[in-house]
Write a protein that binds this ligand. Sequence first.
Ligand SMILES: [Fe+2]
Ligand SMILES: [Fe+2]
Length: 313
Amino acid sequence: MTANTTQARDDEMTHHDCDAVAVEAADHAMRNWQGDDQAPVRIGSDAHKQLFCHMLLDTHNPYKPAALAWPILDAQTLQRVVSLPIWDIAVQTEERAMRRVHAYADTVRDPLLNEALVMDGGEEARHKVVLGKLVAAYGIDLAPEPSYEASADPEWGWLVTGYSECIDSFFAFGLFESAKRTGYFPVELVETFEPVVQEEARHILFFANWVAWYRRQLRWWQRPLFALKVLRVWLFLIWERIGIAKGLDDRGVMQDANFALTGDQQIGLDLGLKEMLDLCLTEDRRRMDGYDHRLLRPTFVPRMARFARLFVR
Ligand SMILES: [Fe+2]
Ligand SMILES: [Fe+2]
């Protein structure tokens, strides 16, 4: 039923695909959202759950990947795009995210939360389709995809995806903006990709609120176990990122470098680390600003960035 609802909304928009006004309105709607009333909301309450689920559901942008226009690039720009070492890992990350979110959604009986999770996973699937279109449009060669193994613990997979999006999106926000400012990529290409970046902002906003809500649903003795699990997730993510930075995947096969780690060189950025962190922080605030202020913002990665900033000259 939930997948159908998403499909129905998407179909509803099909005849608008060429309508610039509708596209503009959908773009505004995905970035700005307030709950029905402005009554205070207690974190962990049912009203809180309603708020973060409806935020995600109501801000779904029904664009069709097939309708996206990929601008024709001059030879030099095309070379830049093709040689970015991110395409394999980006495609695989979206596939993995889709699988993990849907696997977790299957375990959630609450209809509203389930609907929101199904939509979240559906958007990950759409990200992969968008990347597929881009790859095809510019003749990028992809490595064959690995086999994706399902985790025995769907909650683990959901936490891994949620927290990794919190890290990667934060840096992607800054890198994306700097690519835009330096004109390293043509504005049309940046604009085509923009909805995907904002979707990740919605995802991490949803995730941060889900974590806070979920923690409060647990019994007192479950909370330390959950805290331990979150810690294990972070250790896993650090280990995973060290592996990626070394250019190796878990089977020791050469892979793409991580966008967040090497993206600045790839984007021909002349910002220092401090300016880069500032840009990530500003962009993070800007992208979150349009959503109901009763929702919590993801804070851990921005806090770490502010902390790291103190040690950068
Ligand atoms: Fe995604
Ligand atoms: Fe996402």
